[in-house]
Design a protein around this ligand. Structure first.
Ligand code: PLP
Length: 398
């Protein structure tokens, strides 16, 4: 073959979420967008904070074209990285973090790809553990970095981490572990107790096998939390942590492709790991994240979106769906409801939901069979319109 077959396979077989999203657009053209209850994509419905728009206008009026549209340093503008390091220091108490621990990226997807490339050695049989249910793109990113994905199964019903299953999955090839909390697709926030137990296992196993096991914290949903729970900052629990942060969800800016990697200042061999991050960014072409949005972030570092809108949708869906007989954990964060399909085959259930114009995502590829994901980052009206359809669907199974 004259081209890369693995890449062809990735490009020609779109993710199920993208498939459904494309179907939704076609269906909306046929019957009207208001009649299609699309809950497929994690595209934030809450507008970006006003100050983001104001900052963009102000920057365009006052700053030079070179600052806004020119290249920055490969790892990002120093002033921007300084602001981010200061913010991490103030918010999470990481006193020794500096701009030299921060690498600006095009969102969490780029951050993850870079971190995995930086720590996984191709040809060395390196493995990366993920916790089911997990964001499906992890498989793509891990395999692209030359690693093997290993899935740790969760506790039944709660979808918390099953520490004994996790420990059983670690072996001498384990190089990294990805933790995503609040979780896509379950909405679960891992407790401090879980994080402490997980880090204790990591420390013990790193010592046993005589090499570092890296903890990669995938945190695009950190700010989207609706209950009185805290989201532990993993650097405070484990020294060999790389944080992948993104403003896609926290500031509703997914199309702007902006985020960062933070390497723990306590990281073993930290200077070299940061250089490996820079090298991985270079090799993947992820250098110099969008300049204007670096500046926007620096000026809107404390801005927040109104998450009450998501909380209302969560409560509406959770309360009504459970009253119709659906089973799901009440999510503490992110903007997804992970619902048990009303038959064993999640894809068959998805097809029957589709007949009611309900577009939900069957989650077999997320590592847990028999569930669908409802992304509730949509207008409240869509949720209200969809409730009778969810009820009618449930009745079909009675
Ligand atoms: N990680 C998780 C868990 C996600 O849900 C997403 C996007 O939905 C990403 C990473 C990628 O986000 P970004 O838009 O920042 O690349």
């Amino acid at each position: 073959m004259a081209y890369n077959q693995k890449m062809f396979a990735l490009g020609s077989k779109r993710s199920i979420i993208r498939e459904i999203f494309e179907y939704s657009k076609t269906r909306a053209a046929e019957i009207g967008a208001e009649n299609v209850y699309d809950f497929s994509l994690g595209n934030p419905s809450v507008p970006a904070p006003r100050e983001v728009g104001e900052t963009i206008r102000e920057l365009l009026d006052t700053e030079s074209s070179v600052l806004l549209h020119g290249y920055t340093s490969a790892q990002g503008d120093l002033g921007v990285r300084t602001k981010i390091a200061d913010s991490i220091k103030a918010r999470f108490g990481i006193q020794t973090i500096t701009p030299n621990h921060i690498y600006m990226t095009c969102g969490a997807a780029a951050s993850l790809s870079i971190c995995l490339k930086a720590v996984i050695e191709e040809g060395a049989d390196d493995e990366c553990i993920v916790f089911a249910p997990f964001f499906t793109e992890y498989r793509v990113f891990i395999e692209n970095a030359g690693g093997k994905i290993v899935v740790s199964q969760p506790m039944e019903k709660t979808f918390a981490v099953d520490i004994s299953d996790f420990e059983a999955k670690i072996n001498e090839h384990t190089k990294a572990v990805i933790v995503n909390s609040p979780n896509n697709p379950s909405g679960v926030v891992y407790t401090e107790e879980t994080i402490k137990a997980l880090c204790e296992v990591l420390r013990r196993k790193s010592a046993e096998y005589g090499h570092v096991i890296y903890l990669i914290a995938d945190e695009p949903y950190r700010e989207l939390v609706y209950s009185d729970v805290s989201v532990p900052y993993l650097m405070n629990y484990y020294e060999n942590t790389l944080v992948c942060y993104s403003y896609s969800k926290s500031l509703s800016l997914p199309g702007e492709r902006i985020g960062y990697i933070a390497v723990s200042p306590e990281m073993q061999d930290g200077t070299n790991i940061y250089l490996a991050v820079c090298g991985a960014g270079r090799s993947l072409g992820y250098v110099c994240a969008p300049s204007m949005f670096q500046q926007v972030i620096a000026r809107c570092i404390d801005a927040k979106v109104d998450i009450e809108i998501y909380r209302e949708n969560r409560d509406l869906l959770y309360n009504n769906l459970t009253s119709y007989g659906y089973e799901c954990v009440k999510p503490d964060g992110a903007f997804y409801l992970f619902v048990k399909a009303l038959e064993d085959d999640a894809t068959a259930f998805y097809e029957r939901a589709k007949a009611h114009e309900l577009l939900v995502v069957p989650c077999d590829d997320f590592g847990v069979k028999g569930y669908v994901r409802i992304a509730y980052c949509v207008d409240k009206q869509r949720v209200l319109n969809a409730l009778p359809a969810f009820e009618a669907l449930a009745k079909e199974y009675k």
